[in-house]
Design a protein around this ligand. Structure first.
Ligand SMILES: Cc1cc2nc3c(=O)[nH]c(=O)nc-3n(C[C@H](O)[C@H](O)[C@H](O)COP(=O)(O)OP(=O)(O)OC[C@H]3O[C@@H](n4cnc5c(N)ncnc54)[C@H](O)[C@@H]3O)c2cc1C
Ligand SMILES: NC(=O)c1ccc[n+]([C@@H]2O[C@H](COP(=O)([O-])OP(=O)(O)OC[C@H]3O[C@@H](n4cnc5c(N)ncnc54)[C@H](O)[C@@H]3O)[C@@H](O)[C@H]2O)c1
Length: 468
């Protein structure tokens, strides 16, 4: 028997869950089809376990640093099985809010089975057959294996398996310097592994200064680096050996963090006539695929891969399907944070993107974190704030490298959303001593400079000379 719904959502990760909750709130008859685990990558193998692991690693690091603050402590020892239990406990707490019974209570029909299209109107999910006015594909992404000769003959971990370790690797090779590589390389180095990171550049999507800041911090914590892209891997004398064009890394565990690619296998998109390729599912600005009643959102599009972005997009896809009118599912104002220590937070344009879009008339202002009192008190002064604006002061983008940069960047997200100027940031009182005062200090400097170089400023400077 075919079951009828207003909307069928395929994939119950960050995107699917948000869309399903919203659709149910609107009173729509909604089915959520999930082939593996409700919560998707973020809950089980992504954001949640990585941040929990980073917390355990930070404790180990701080115990190691304790003597700098006059605190006497023994060197820490990592019991990886207990670290793993902590991480699993955190996953359990997050999952409790997403469990099928909880979703059913909120009016969502949860179907735990792989979804595959039979045609553009029908989806099979296990032994059930569903039809709907609209479909929304939120099937996420999977690890993308790099082009690394010899990888098929060597055991390796990805983010899908690394959180299951209950023994701490002695020497870990990490291939890839993106967010996953950087976060987990620092976590394992702090937990006590000797990590060697093989990467041409750390966080290459960020401002170029970020690479050097992170290398300095990671290097001080004992991490080793091999420059360039990994080309070959082999096992020799019981060790894994990775070669790049610039050097060699050796270790007993290999972690591959070389990107993720959209997950469309098994959906039988061709039966529904939906186009897709290795880069993901193409959609229009309203998140419709080439088949107008089938929408797609989140990592499966092959664009930004963030939980908050997947949720935002999937919400808009559901909104565009179920309500009158439409809202674009794309924007330049997407904040993101890599949760290394210091955190690397960004929103809006980078300097290169701003120059490409607005020419060389843009302003670039920097503030070093060693001039921010909170960072000095915390002995956490590595990092900076970099702010880009147009000639008239309108903000274009910001990058902050600092503890809690992920919280502080929200000010710039709001400012960009409202097309505010640097002076608007300067005019708002910021509580002292917070990391956010860096924003006000930078902005105040720019505001005063802008004022003094303008006509009114010149008049006031002349008057003040006369009055002295
Ligand atoms: C290690 C790591 C750390 C991360 N840290 C962060 C972070 O700190 N902050 C952040 O914003 N982002 C982070 N991310 C990215 C974030 O996890 C993803 O962007 C987010 O999960 C994408 O949501 P999604 O709904 O598009 O896909 P997913 O959450 O992956 O959900 C897709 C779901 O679809 C299901 N599915 C696939 N095919 C089918 C099918 N045929 N039928 C039924 N179900 C199907 C899958 O089983 C899965 O549950 C991290 C990712 C990783 C890997
Ligand atoms: N805090 C966060 O928001 C967070 C954390 C983790 C992951 N994520 C998301 O998950 C996605 C995947 O993360 P990721 O770090 O795997 O992907 P990524 O694509 O951002 O980075 C992978 C890096 O590996 C490099 N690489 C590829 N092959 C290589 C090789 N042979 N040798 C050396 N380097 C190689 C690439 O050049 C790239 O810089 C990202 O897009 C990110 O948005 C987000």
């Amino acid at each position: 028997m075919t079951e009828r719904f207003d909307i069928v959502i395929i994939g119950a990760g960050s995107g699917g869950l948000t869309a399903a909750g919203f659709a149910a709130q609107l009173g729509a008859k909604v089915a959520l089809v999930e082939k593996h685990r409700i919560g998707g990558d973020c809950t089980w193998t992504g954001c949640v376990p990585s941040k929990a692991l980073l917390k355990a690693a930070k404790i180990a690091h701080e115990v190691r640093q304790a003597s700098q603050y006059g605190i006497v402590a023994e060197p820490p020892r990592t019991d990886m099985a207990r670290v793993r239990a902590y991480v699993q406990g955190v996953i359990g707490s997050v999952y409790a809010h997403e469990a099928p019974e909880e979703l059913q209570r909120n009016g969502i029909e949860v179907i735990l089975a792989p979804g595959r299209f039979l045609d553009a109107q029908t989806l099979a999910a296990g032994d059930r057959v569903l039809t709907a006015k609209y479909f929304l594909i939120c099937t996420g992404a999977r690890p993308s294996p790099p082009d690394l000769r010899g990888l098929d003959a060597v055991p390796f971990l990805t983010y899908e398996t690394i959180f299951d370790l209950d023994e701490l690797p002695e020497q870990m090779i990490v291939v890839g310097g993106g967010p996953i590589g950087c976060e987990l390389a620092q976590a394992f180095q702090r937990l006590g592994s000797q990590v060697t990171l093989v990467a041409a550049r750390l966080l290459p999507k960020e401002e170029p200064e970020v690479d050097q800041t992170l290398r300095t911090v990671f290097g001080q914590e004992g991490m080793r680096f091999v420059a360039g892209r990994a080309r070959t891997v082999a096992r020799q004398n019981g060790l894994i050996r990775v070669e790049s064009e610039a050097g060699v890394a050796e270790g007993d565990v290999l972690f591959i963090a070389a990107g993720r690619r959209p997950s469309v296998a098994g959906l039988d998109l061709d039966k529904a006539g939906v186009q897709a390729d290795a880069h993901g599912i193409p959609v229009d600005t309203n998140l419709r695929t080439n088949v107008k009643h089938i929408f797609a959102a989140g990592d499966v599009l092959g664009g930004h891969q963030f939980t908050h972005f997947a949720g935002w997009q999937a919400f808009l896809a559901a909104r565009n399907a179920l309500l009158l009118g439409s809202t674009s599912g794309f924007t330049d104002i997407v904040p993101w944070v890599t949760f290394t220590d210091p955190e690397v937070a960004h929103v809006g344009l980078t300097e290169a993107a701003a120059r490409a879009k607005h020419g060389d008339a843009i302003k670039v202002n920097r503030w070093a974190m060693d001039r921010t009192d909170r960072a000095v008190c915390d002995n956490d002064t590595a990092g900076f704030l970099k702010v880009l604006s147009r000639g008239d002061g309108t903000l274009l983008g910001a990058t902050m490298v600092a503890p809690r940069a992920g919280e502080a960047i929200t000010e710039f997200t709001l400012a960009l959303n409202h097309r505010l100027k640097v002076t608007d940031v300067a005019n708002a009182i910021h509580a002292y001593p917070t990391y956010s005062t860096a924003a006000q200090q930078l902005a105040a400097g720019v505001a005063v400079e802008n004022f003094l170089t303008g006509t009114a400023g010149k008049v006031i400077q002349s008057l003040s000379k006369i009055m002295r």
